[in-house]
Design a protein around this ligand. Sequence first.
Ligand code: ADP
Length: 492
Amino acid sequence: MTLTLTRPDLIRSGNFINGQWQNSKKNEQYPVSNPANGLVFAQAANSTADDAKLAIEAAYVAFEDWRNLPAKARSQCLIRWHKLILDNSEDLARIMSFEQGKPLAEARGEVAYGASYVDWFASEALRTYGDIIPEAVQGKKLMVVKEPVGVVAAITPWNFPLAMIARKIAPALAAGCTVVAKPAEDTPLTALALVVLAEEAGIPAGVLNIITSSRDRVSDVVGVWLTDSRVRKITFTGSTAVGKILARESASTLKHLSLELGGNAPFIVFEDADLDAAVEGLMAAKFRNGGQTCVCPNRIYVHDSVYDAFADKLTERVSSLKVGPWDRDDSQIGPMINDRAIDKIQQHVQDALQHGAKLLTGGERIQNAIATGPNYFAPTVLIDANHNMQLAHDETFGPVAPLFRFRSEQEVIEAANNTPFGLAGYFYSNDIKRVWRVSNKMQTGIVGINEGAIASETAPFGGVKESGYGREGSRYGLDDYMDTKYLCQGNL
Ligand code: ADP
């Protein structure tokens, strides 16, 4: 398995601060490995608090000029960046597959998806309108203008190495903010390649800075950003546990926060659903990215009267999924990201079986002539799932579909909402009254109604409850990066 690129210079191993590629201050690196075979194939800067501080300084200095550029000039930078991402999409997809493991077709899809946010916010940059408020008393003019919040720190996960960082950087730059970013330690290279292209797009020095670090350094590095008052916003996608740390530790300087955290998505199949459509929707939502997304259904509730039929149809589809490395055209499920991930999946399946679940397909690691590495897990269907199982409460983050049985609408809504999380929820029903009733009761930020593919740059993505707050994408997506300033002119 080799990584051949049209532009090998997209692979970088340093930090990018104030327009310069540079080693970490301590001149240290950490290894980046390929999850398909566990082999180290690159090095990335192992930054320290000093590097994090340098990045803030650069972003803070660059902010004044960047915010004062006409919106059209900022928009044009984003348009050029978008074009460069598309022009280099094959290389970006290959780098992503190599470090993250996802099949190449999915990586290509993610490049297009991530790029769509850059395109979207290039346009939204032009529409940060204010308001004129009708005067309450004579002789006063009341106005509202929108201003960028300042330096933004973006911290992203490994499951979507390009899309998660693009959908944070693009609105920040569109709003007039400058950025310090840290991608996940497992997948730094895609983000660094994206920054190479941002530099080529003419984004000025200091406006976009990126540093990398190993897992054991991350709290030192990000800690600097959390406590420095020049950083005015933290935007984060990742686990709820880390999101809470960020919220707590940034409180001393009261920063804006956008937190897109863990989910525990319910997927409900009512007795009046189109079962074939529900199976297809579940396949799309559950098995994308090997089940490693925060909107993947984690609990699948199926009405008693269609339970067996649904389980049969689903099992037929799941057992035919092809597991293999990114560079095989027929691979549909790649390796899991690392051994921590695979241990958790295995633990969830074992625990479910001990608590009465039955296995219809999968259930174990795979290692064979095609899936040769240690991180492959067979796509799995479990029936007779119940709420005593770990997988009912905790995201499995893998290709495991547990089916719970229900008998009434009220019962299933209560079960679906009985979680601290509230990112995405899905249900299938052909009863129009039920569709409105259930949509209204779902305690999630996103509801898929007879639909498993919900992500779009044109729509607001984000959660409620302990899945966090803030929205990415859509016309609402820029609000998170802007303050509202009220101007009151008197004595007219
Ligand atoms: P996962 O468990 O899926 O890796 P995490 O929430 O741990 O999700 O990681 C998401 C991002 O948060 C990564 O960039 C990671 O390096 C970063 N991160 C992890 N722990 C901390 C921490 N204590 N402080 C700040 N960032 C962290």
